[in-house]
Design a protein around this ligand. Structure first.
Ligand SMILES: NC(=O)c1ccc[n+]([C@@H]2O[C@H](COP(=O)([O-])OP(=O)(O)OC[C@H]3O[C@@H](n4cnc5c(N)ncnc54)[C@H](O)[C@@H]3O)[C@@H](O)[C@H]2O)c1
Length: 373
């Protein structure tokens, strides 16, 4: 095992999720690298205190430049609000560190392109977080779609649904303000999740029509007052892509107001010979269809068939913390040149492609028209 020293900037929801994935690294049995959290930076001293539970994390600072100056940090994971992505990602690269970025990789298309330029100039290893394709069911759906066994592709649907913002009494989070989340709103928030697998399959939208919806214009601000909220909360993107030389409808769904869904990622690919469907609402079930005399879908109980092997028994159920850990295994193994054909994390180029889709979706909604990419 080779130790890779990690620094985290932003110790909020995702910073702590990543730190806990490192803490149970012993679950993985076929990796040659081990992340060791050595440093964390967050503006909030109370947030830093949580990291006291990780003995290797000896540098806890409110100044992220102190973390970037530490020789004891090889890779920096940054999980901060979107308006800070460009500045912090570029500072990480300028400090000569490798970067594991969070989506959406900049607040808008211009920002994403400037980050990509900085990545190229620095020559550092950079990937962007997108963990849902590491579910065993998502991996199988990807392989089935890629291998072409389902005949001529008729339709692709990929999406991510949340219901947490259905409650009008929920205090406004920074993702409810365009100035911090970005004009794309839910596109910025959930778009990478919906786009990652279609883009990896080479199924990029060529022209699209988007329908965007806002949520509640006002919410409690969490301090006894009222906050004005202005972000798009639901987005439906109806696109055309090309698969095997044929034009195919591709629908991308990103919703923060999806009744009944807590954190549901899904993909469906239908073809003339077969089809495949996976949703994290049923984390070990893979649904497949084969054309035959009768119409029927088959459910396969996949269990814990992760890309990177673990001590967890094959019959058990995968969950969010598991795919976060698998994603990190993919990042660190690819960095070492040891991915060996396994599914890699989202690339900076793919992240820029997602922003091209978001920009086209915003333009389409504004104009009420189809937009070519
Ligand atoms: N991959 C996923 O599934 C997933 C899920 C949620 C959020 N995210 C992404 O992760 C990122 C962070 O989201 P979150 O939900 O963890 O946010 P959060 O609000 O929970 O945490 C952000 C943290 O950043 C800190 N921070 C802000 N400015 C800072 C600065 N200048 N220096 C150091 N720390 C600073 C804040 O104090 C806070 O603790 C966003 O890009 C978001 O889109 C990804």
């Amino acid at each position: 095992m080779k130790d890779i020293h990690i620094g985290i900037i932003g110790g909020g929801l995702m910073g702590r999720e990543m730190a806990s994935a490192f803490a149970r690294w012993c679950a993985l049995t076929d990796v040659a690298v081990r992340p060791v959290l050595t440093a964390v930076a967050d503006l909030n001293p109370a947030t830093l205190e949580w990291f006291d539970c990780i003995p290797s994390c000896t540098l806890k600072t409110t100044d992220y430049q102190a973390l970037l100056g530490s020789p004891d940090v090889d890779v920096v994971y940054v999980a901060v609000p979107h308006h800070l992505h460009e500045k912090l990602y570029c500072d990480v690269l300028a400090a000569g560190k490798d970067l594991f970025a969070e989506k959406p990789f900049g607040i808008d298309l211009g920002s994403a392109r400037r980050i990509l330029d900085a990545c190229k100039q620095s020559g550092r290893f950079v990937r962007c977080s997108s963990e849902m394709p590491f579910f065993p069911g998502a991996q199988r759906a990807f392989e089935i779609a890629r291998n072409g066994g389902i005949g001529r592709v008729l339709q692709v649907v990929s999406g991510f649904h949340h219901s947490s913002d259905l409650d009008p009494k929920k205090p406004a989070h920074w993702k409810r303000f365009s100035a911090v989340c970005g004009e794309g709103g839910v596109l910025n928030d959930l778009g990478m999740h919906a786009c990652h697998v279609p883009l990896r399959l080479g199924w990029a939208p060529e022209r699209l029509f988007a329908q965007l919806q806002k949520g509640y214009p006002q919410r409690p601000d969490g301090k006894g007052g009222v906050a004005q909220c202005d972000t798009w909360d639901n987005a439906m993107v109806h696109a055309w892509t090309t698969v095997g030389g044929e034009q195919v409808p591709l629908r991308l769904e990103m919703k923060r107001l999806a009744p009944g869904a807590t954190n549901t990622w899904f993909i469906e690919v239908l073809g003339t010979e077969g089809g495949v469907r996976f949703s994290t609402a049923e984390p070990k079930s893979l649904w497949t269809f084969e054309r035959g005399a009768e119409q029927s879908w088959k459910r396969t109980d996949l269990g814990f068939g992760m890309p990177f092997k673990t001590v967890t028994g094959g019959i058990f159920e995968p969950g969010f913390p598991d795919v976060i850990q698998q994603m990190w295994a993919a990042y660190l193994m690819e960095r070492e040149g040891l991915l060996n054909g396994r599914f890699g994390c989202a690339t900076p180029e793919e992240a820029v492609q997602t922003h091209e889709i978001f920009a086209a979706a915003l333009e389409s909604h504004r104009a009420g028209a189809v937009v070519a990419l």
